[in-house]
Design a protein around this ligand. Structure first.
Ligand code: ATP
Ligand code: MG
Ligand code: MG
Length: 380
């Protein structure tokens, strides 16, 4: 079978490889960590930095198709891979989504709304924009941020100097966003193939703890017209940005039903892990289908589901839960499907795995979350 090369060796690459292997593909990965989650399940593993041109050349030689599992790929590496192999996703989408300002402009050009924002180049500009948006508002670095890192919620004008000085150290442009008092955060993952086919997965309702996704609830508990609009926005973005593969669209839903896009990710997304058991096609199979130009699969939900993330601090109670007899693990009406990523060090906040709770009612899934004792530390 053909070999798919994956830039990056994390859990997204691992689950992509597991799905792709079931479809008969082989996998090669490039990651600096020898025992990376994706490398563990790949046929070939190149251990080198993401900016190592020679290593990238080797990946190109091994692979018929190349994809990535994170967005901060070095531009020179993408260029080399495009010249020496086949990168159906291209470099433009990466270039756009690597940078919040470029991303926001592209979303707007696709006819979709983002939270009001301003480019910030000086502390004077910041003061002017904070005056315009009011407090609170959110200052973000344009590149490199994740899990809420590289952000500052400005709660009063007195914080302007410190926020600017702190985030400026990142040596990237800054962007100020109006604070959206959202009622809910939702996300939609869409896939688009080179032949122009587009499919969107059902929207997930996302709850974060300390800026890291805690649970995704599907179907999202929002009115049907919101679901339809959210899915249409994701499709519009997939088409407007000429996406190949997956695009994850994070959105804010306000009390009066307005939707704003927060940010994009051009890859499988944590909030799409529910698709693994709950949808007719998983996000990982769909990504493989899209980049290999196969007809896309049906994204329909087979069963309601709640996905709960397992972080480093949850691993010990999770292992205790696994060791219990089945009778003590049962919660009526819930089937728990566990996924661990093979990471050794259970550091605080590190994504170690997730549990998909298949159930007709989210309340039953929340009872399971309580009864399992795995997420007790979230309450502290
Ligand atoms: P990720 O890990 O999802 O990539 P990130 O570091 O890129 O996170 P964002 O998604 O931009 O950060 O923001 C993290 C969280 O902070 C959001 O999910 C949301 O809860 C909150 N947030 C961000 N921007 C705003 C805003 N303009 N108004 C209100 N809340 C916001
Ligand atoms: Mg982000
Ligand atoms: Mg985000």
């Amino acid at each position: 079978g053909a070999t798919i090369g994956v830039l990056g060796g994390g859990q997204l690459g691992r689950m992509l490889a597991l799905a792709g292997r079931a479809m008969g593909y082989r996998f090669a990965t490039l990651d600096p960590t020898p025992d990376a989650p994706c490398g563990q399940v790949a046929d070939k593993q190149i251990v080198a930095g993401y900016d190592d041109i020679e290593a990238a050349r080797k990946l190109a030689e091994l692979s018929d198709v190349i994809t990535y599992e994170f967005e901060n790929v070095d531009a020179s590496v993408t260029e080399l891979l495009m010249n020496e192999s086949y990168v159906p996703q291209g470099s433009r989408l990466l270039y756009t989504t690597q940078h919040r300002l470029r991303e926001k402009r592209a979303i707007e050009a696709a006819g979709v709304k983002v939270a009001p924002y301003a480019e910030i180049g000086s502390v004077e500009q910041l003061r002017e924009a904070v005056g315009r948006f009011g407090t609170p508002c959110v200052l973000k670095t344009a590149t490199g941020g994740y899990d809420g890192k590289g952000q500052w919620v400005i709660r009063s004008a007195e914080e302007i100097e410190e926020a600017y000085a702190t985030l400026s150290r990142a040596k990237t442009e800054l962007v100020l966003e109006q604070f959206i008092r959202f009622a809910k955060e939702i996300s939609v993952i869409a896939a688009r193939s080179p032949r122009g086919e587009v499919r969107a997965f059902p929207a997930a309702e996302n709850e974060h703890v300390n800026n890291i996704l805690h649970v995704s609830i599907v179907p999202a508990r929002v009115p049907a017209d919101v679901l339809e609009r959210a899915e249409r926005m994701a499709v519009q973005i997939a088409e407007g940005l000429d996406v190949i593969g997956l695009i994850a669209v994070e959105m804010f839903l306000t009390e009066d039903g307005e939707l704003f896009v927060n940010e994009l990710a051009p890859r499988p997304h944590n909030s799409g892990h529910y698709t693994m058991e709950a949808c007719r096609t998983s996000q990982f199979e769909q990504h493989v289908r899209a980049i290999c130009n196969l007809p896309l699969g049906d994204p329909a939900l087979m069963q309601p589901v709640v996905m709960a993330n397992v972080l480093g601090e949850h691993v010990e109670p999770l292992l205790a839960w696994i060791a219990k007899p089945e009778s003590e693990r049962e919660v009526a009406g819930v089937t728990a499907k566990l996924h661990l990523y093979g990471k050794q060090e259970a550091k605080q906040g590190r994504k170690m795995g997730h549990v998909n709770l298949l159930t007709a009612s989210p309340e039953a899934a929340f009872r399971w979350i309580e009864a399992s004792n795995i997420w007790e530390s979230n309450k502290k």
